[in-house]
Design a protein around this ligand. Structure first.
Ligand SMILES: Cc1ncc(COP(=O)(O)O)c(C=O)c1O
Length: 217
């Protein structure tokens, strides 16, 4: 299972690295690449066309992220016909609802440009947010590659040491007092002291920075 871009690192995995795994002579199993956040990357970032060359590759995507349609609950796979046949043969007999299906088709046809425009806005807000977050006291650095619609900030204490408790305190205070919910990711491997912040609108980001500043100060 490979998540590309990763969550919570936001790092797009190199196509050549995934190919190495697909071609590994010791591993003959299925390789699943979760591309839930792929629409926030460049147009050629998805490795979905590799399913034509690698029958053991399964790509998963969702309309929940860049399309903003989490409420319709639609995810899908891109795979070789062999794998697709296995899915069709083993899944529950019920399909997704007609309403979900109609909304998904509309999103993928007329909605494509809307999605691209929104992604463009999110990317430019992401760049601004990264600078503002890095300027906050007690934020030492951003981790990962920021290829998705969130950033991962590491919190340190006044001695400059990574501080998981302080990160958790900030997360909790922000949610309870200011009703802004970011994600505490300090319990995940390699993410000590980390907060994952989803990029919002300019106005939302400005509010977040204000609140974060007052909590940290
Ligand atoms: C990495 C990753 N994959 C897949 C999903 C699935 O999203 P959904 O169940 O809304 O399609 C998420 C949602 O948070 C995610 O972060």
């Amino acid at each position: 299972m490979i998540c590309s871009p990763g969550n919570p690192t936001g790092t797009l995995i190199n196509k050549s690295d995934i190919k190495k795994i697909l071609e590994c002579e010791y591993y003959k199993g299925v390789v699943v690449v979760d591309e839930a956040y792929i629409d926030f990357c460049n147009d050629d970032a998805s490795i979905s066309t590799l399913v034509l060359d690698y029958p053991n590759l399964i790509i998963t995507q969702t309309l929940s992220k860049a399309f903003g349609l989490a409420a319709i609950r639609l995810g899908f796979t891109i795979s070789s016909t062999e794998i697709a046949s296995i899915f069709n043969a083993t899944k529950a007999p019920y399909n997704i609802s007609t309403l979900t299906s109609q909304l998904a088709i509309t999103a993928l046809e007329q909605g494509l440009q809307v999605m691209r425009n929104n992604v463009g806005l999110i990317k430019s807000e992401r760049a601004k947010l990264m600078k503002l977050v890095l300027d906050l006291p007690y934020v030492s650095k951003l981790l990962g590659n920021h290829d998705a619609n969130f950033i991962l900030a590491q919190i340190v204490n006044k001695d400059g040491k990574v501080d998981n408790e302080l990160a958790y305190f900030v997360y909790k205070k922000l949610a309870e007092s200011d009703e802004i919910v970011i994600r505490f990711r300090g319990n995940e491997l390699g993410c000590l002291g980390c907060l994952r912040i989803t990029v919002g609108t300019g106005e939302e980001n400005a509010q977040l920075i204000d609140k974060l500043k007052s909590i940290l100060e």
